[in-house]
Each structure stands twice: as structure tokens, then as C-alpha cells.
Ligand binder design. Sequence first.
Ligand code: G3I
Length: 389
Amino acid sequence: MRFPILAAALLCAPVATALPADCRDKGAGCTLAETAAQAGFWIGAAIDAPPEPAAEAIYPAQFNSVTAENAHKWGPLSDGLGRYDFSRGDQVVAFAEANGARVRGHTLFWGRGPLPADLAGQIAAAPDPAGRAREILVEHVGAVVGHYAGRIHSWDVVNEPLDFFTGNPDPNIMFRQLGIDYIGEAFRAAHAADPGAQLFLNEFFQDYQGEKARAFLSLAADLLAEGVPIHGVGIQGHISPGPDQLMPPDPAAFQAFLAELAALGLAVEITELDVSIFFFRGAADPLAEQARVYGELVGACIAVPACQGVTLWGIEDGDTWLDRTFPSSVVAPNRPLLFDEDLEPKPAWFATRDAIAGRIVPEPGTGALVLIGIAILGGRHRERGRETG
Ligand code: G3I
């Protein structure tokens, strides 16, 4: 057959009007999830356990990815070593599965995060504290990843491995006992428990070309060189007033950092994005300025092919950790997210959707189909015009 596409188009002619909306068209009315689906991109949010009403209302239209804001952390899962209550973590995974969304597991070990109360005591009391620390870490990772094997797309295996402000390793309990090798131990245990899960190292930065960023790049490269099963890195992306004063970054520097990480052969994600309105308080239109920064940050991810997803650290402005946590709570409301308190999309929502649309690549031949469809519809319209005069 000489013109298979034309034949296919003619066969499809009666349904030419049913062509899916092209989400590159700002007027197509695509949701975030529809746009992300056409872009082959993940767009997600951090949610509560059980999922809050806003999550129930907004999924699956707006997001195709879920992160538990707290339910998968060590402390919330376990009130004592070896004892687990997965019920709340299970609610998050079940919610994601009911909405056709993937799950980012957050997080298996966070030295500055919530840990079981008896962790430190058990290690200190052991005849071989380092051996006990390793045993506890490997057992925890295996228990949690094993519980969710096959149901969680990716894990933040270690969160914030570096010092708050510098490029030094975070002096957490596992680092003090095992040195930097605790990270590889955790990744290997996670990979053994679920070989299909993507394993991430997750961190935040004040700037993306300074000491901490350089150190993170070196750490990721070292882990790869040692054969550690690390598949990706998460850049948290909090833009929030605080001791770390996470200012809106220079977009070019931000994108260059993502590209450097991708050049290691790693997947990249922005994992905890929120942009406090505080930084735009003097602007004529603070919401427009906030949208500009969202467009820049999401656009930087879209510009780096290995950057596969963006997760917002919350759904709507009425429920954000920034308003509950000192010192950003001092300047509340921070209004950092894509939806307002009434679940209405803000300018930041449109900027994010338009940025994601930048990754949509038209299917080969789609253009021809559309043109043929338009020609056929146009012909029919003319015929109808002749009939109705
Ligand atoms: O659930 C209890 C509640 O029963 C109790 O009455 C209340 C009073 O203290 O505390 C509640 O738990 C709080 C929990 O959030 C749920 O709101 C914890 O105290 C509080 O420490 C916890 O804060 C979370 C924080 O991580 C520490 O785990 C924030 O919600 C969460 O947004 C924040 O997220 C982190 C990421 O995991 C890692 N990157 C940085 C980011 C911001 O800190």
C-alpha cells in the first residue's frame, strides 16, 4: 500500500474530531497529569497519611506521582527497632495505586530526620557498635523495601547525606559508626530487597555551584565508581526563607548542575519543590514572580533529558510545612505551592504546565493526520455550507 498514513487517516476520518488534545496548545485545557503523560514526565506531590481531602480531589487529574510527606520515614514507621506499623504507609501506596500514580518512597535513612527512639541506645550498648549499626541499617532497609517490593517506583535511600551548609558529610549516627560507606550499605540493601526500584540520593542546596554542590557531585561519582547501585539523584528544590535561606537560584546555574549530575549517567528529579511567596513581597505582582521562578526551575529540568520528574512538597497553600516550621513560619503564609487554599490553580500552575509541555514530542505522522483530518472536516463543512446555503 503506497499511502498507509493517508489510508489510516481516511479510515479514521469519522473520528478525526476525536484526536486527543495536543497539550502543547495552551488553549487545549490540559491538566498537569495530561500534559505530563504526553511529555513522558512525572509530576507529583507530597501527601499525608491518610491522604488529605485535597489529594482525594486533585488526583488523578493533576498528578501522576505520589510521595508520602512523612509516612515512609523510619520514625513514623517504627516506634522501636524491629517493630513496624506499615498501616499509614500502606494508605499512601494504596491511594497512589487507586489513582494510577507511581510512588517515590521517602526516605529510608535521614540522619537529621525522625528515627526510632532506641536506635542510638542499642548501638551504643553493643559490644561492636559499628557492626550493630550496620546490622540495624541493613535490617531496616530490607524490611521496608521488602514490604513494598514491586509497588514503589523509586526510593530516596539516603536523604541529606551532607552537612546543612558545607560539603562535609552529615555527622549522623551511621556516619559516625561506619563512615561514608553507610550510604553504599543502604543502597545495596535496598537493591537486594527490590531490584526493580530506582534508588536515589536526595539533597538540598543553597546554591548550585558552591562547595556543597561540588561535594554532592563527587559523592555521587564515587558511589558509581564503587559499583553502588545508585540510579538517580533528587534535588529537593525548597525555595524558602530560613537559616539556609534557600533563595531562588540562578536558572542557568541550576540547569548546569542538573546537567552535570545527568552526565554521570544518573536520572535526576526535583523532589520537594516549593517556592515561598516571601521572596516576592516587594513585587507589583508577587504571584506572577512566583510563577516565573516555577517556570525557570521546572524549565531547567525539562531542558535536561535525564530529569524525569518534579514533585511539589504539598498540594495547596493552606497546608505547607513552611507555615508550620520555624523560621519560615514567622513569615507565614508562605503560599508556596501550585494551588491556592480553594484548590484553584495559581499562575505557578500555568507556568509549570507550560514548562512541562516543552518536553512533548509530536508522534511521527501526527501532523499529517491532523492536516488530513482538518482537510476532511473542512471539505465536509463546505459541503454542509452548500446544502444549508
Ligand atoms: O503527627 C504528629 C502529631 O501527632 C503531633 O501532634 C505533632 C506535634 O508535634 O507532630 C506531628 O508530627 C509532625 C509531622 O511533620 C507531621 O506533621 C512532626 O512533629 C514534624 O517534625 C514533621 O515534620 C516533617 C519534617 O520533614 C520532619 O520529618 C514535615 O512535615 C515535612 O514536610 C518535612 O519534610 C522534609 C523532607 O522529609 C526532607 N527534606 C526537607 C523537608 C522539609 O523539612
